[in-house]
Design a protein around this ligand. Structure first.
Ligand code: ZN
Length: 326
C-alpha cells in the first residue's frame, strides 16, 4: 500500500535510523538499540516491497493516524495482542486526562464578560479546540476550533494549537497578524493534510469585540434586533504557510451574546438523515438576549438531544457562549 503519508514516514524512519546509529556509536551497541534498528530497517523494507501499512493478521490497511503516531506499527487496531490493547487503552486514558487539563475553567466572569462552554469528545479524546485566555490589556481572548481528522492524532494537533496561542497572546500582536503567524507555524509543523478551522475573538471591557473566522462555521451574534452570522473571511489555519486573515469588529451591548459551536452540533443527523443545521440554531437563539451563557448552552444541548432522538453523537461537540455582562 502506498499512502499519501508514506514518503513522509519514510523520511522520518531514515532520520530515526541516523539518530539510533549516532546513539549507538560510543556505546557497545546495547541490545535495545539493535532491536530498534532492526525494526526500523524492517519497516523500510516493507516500504520497498509495498507491504508497508498492511496488518500482518487480516491484511487490511492499518489506521493512518496510528501509522503517524507510530510508523513501526504492524497490526490494525483489531489485531493487537491483549497486552498491546491494554497499553493502548492506558495511553488513551492518559491522553484524555491531559486534554481535560488543557481546558479553561468552565464558567468564568472576566472583566465585563461572562463565558460558559460545553466540551464533549465523541471518543476518548477530541479534535475540537476551546480556550479562554486573559490578554495583557484586560481583554478576554476566546477561541474555538476544529482540527482535521479525529482521535489521538487530532487531539495532538489540538494541544499544539493550545500551546501556540497561549504563547502568541503574550506577544500582543494585532489579531489578524497573530492568526497569520499561528497559521504559518501550524502549517510548517504539521502534515499537508492537517489544518484547523477556528474562530478567534478578542473582547475588551467596554463591549468592543474583534473576531477572526478562519474557515469555521459562523458564530451567531444574539442582539436585540435579531441573530447575525459572522461568516468566515479566510481559509482554515495551516492550509498554506502564507495565508492572510481579516477580522470583523463590532460593539456588543449588555445582555447580548455570541454563540460558537463545532460541526458536532450542526452536522448531527436525525433518524431521517436530515442535519441539525445552522438555521435551526439561529431560530433557537432568536430573542434570547439576557439569558446567561450557561442557559444558552443548555438550550442548544436540549434541542440537539430532542433532534437526535437518542442517537449517539459521532463527532466531537463543543459549544461556547460569551455574553457582555449587564
Ligand atoms: Zn488486522
Amino acid at each position: 500500500m502506498v499512502t499519501a503519508i508514506e514518503p513522509l514516514l519514510r523520511e522520518q524512519l531514515i532520520d530515526r535510523r541516523h539518530k539510533l546509529e549516532d546513539a549507538a556509536n560510543g556505546f557497545q551497541r546495547p541490545a535495545e538499540l539493535t532491536r530498534l534498528l532492526g525494526e526500523v530497517d524492517a519497516a523500510l523494507e516493507r516500504m520497498d516491497h509495498g507491504s508497508y501499512g498492511i496488518c500482518e493478521v487480516c491484511h487490511d490497511p492499518v489506521e493512518t493516524e496510528r501509522l503517524i503516531a507510530d510508523p513501526l506499527t504492524r497490526f490494525c487496531i483489531d489485531h493487537l495482542t491483549p497486552s498491546q490493547q491494554r497499553a493502548l487503552e492506558e495511553d488513551l486514558t492518559l491522553a484524555s486526562q491531559i486534554q481535560t487539563g488543557l481546558l479553561p475553567a468552565p464558567d468564568q466572569r472576566i472583566d465585563g464578560w461572562e463565558v460558559a462552554y460545553h466540551y464533549q469528545p465523541a471518543g476518548a479524546v477530541s479534535g475540537d479546540y476551546c480556550d479562554l485566555i486573559a490578554g495583557e490589556d484586560n481583554s478576554l481572548h476566546f477561541v474555538l476550533g476544529d482540527v482535521s481528522g479525529k482521535g489521538v492524532a487530532a487531539s495532538m494537533l489540538m494541544a499544539h494549537l493550545h500551546a501556540m496561542f497561549r504563547t502568541l497572546v503574550s506577544v500582543n500582536l494585532p489579531l489578524d497578524q497573530m492568526i497569520e503567524r499561528a497559521s504559518r507555524v501550524f502549517c510548517e509543523s504539521t502534515l499537508p493534510t492537517q489544518y484547523a478551522t477556528l474562530v478567534y475573538g478578542k473582547a475588551t471591557p467596554d463591549g468592543q469585540v474583534e473576531v477572526c473566522n478562519a474557515g469555521h462555521l459562523p458564530p451567531l451574534l444574539i442582539q436585540q434586533d435579531g441573530v447575525h452570522r459572522i461568516s468566515a473571511t479566510g481559509l482554515p489555519v495551516g492550509v498554506f504557510c502564507s495565508e492572510s486573515f481579516t477580522c470583523t469588529s463590532f460593539q456588543m451591548q449588555p445582555g447580548e451574546a455570541l454563540f460558537l459551536y463545532t460541526d458536532g452540533l450542526t452536522e448531527t443527523s436525525d433518524a431521517q438523515g436530515d442535519e441539525f443545521g445552522i438555521d435551526r440554531l439561529e431560530h433557537l437563539l432568536q430573542d434570547r438576549t439576557d439569558l446567561p451563557p450557561r442557559t444558552l448552552i443548555d438550550l442548544g444541548l436540549t434541542e440537539l438531544k430532542t433532534f437526535a432522538q437518542g442517537r449517539t453523537p459521532v463527532d466531537d461537540l463543543t459549544l461556547m457562549a460569551i455574553q457582555r455582562a449587564a
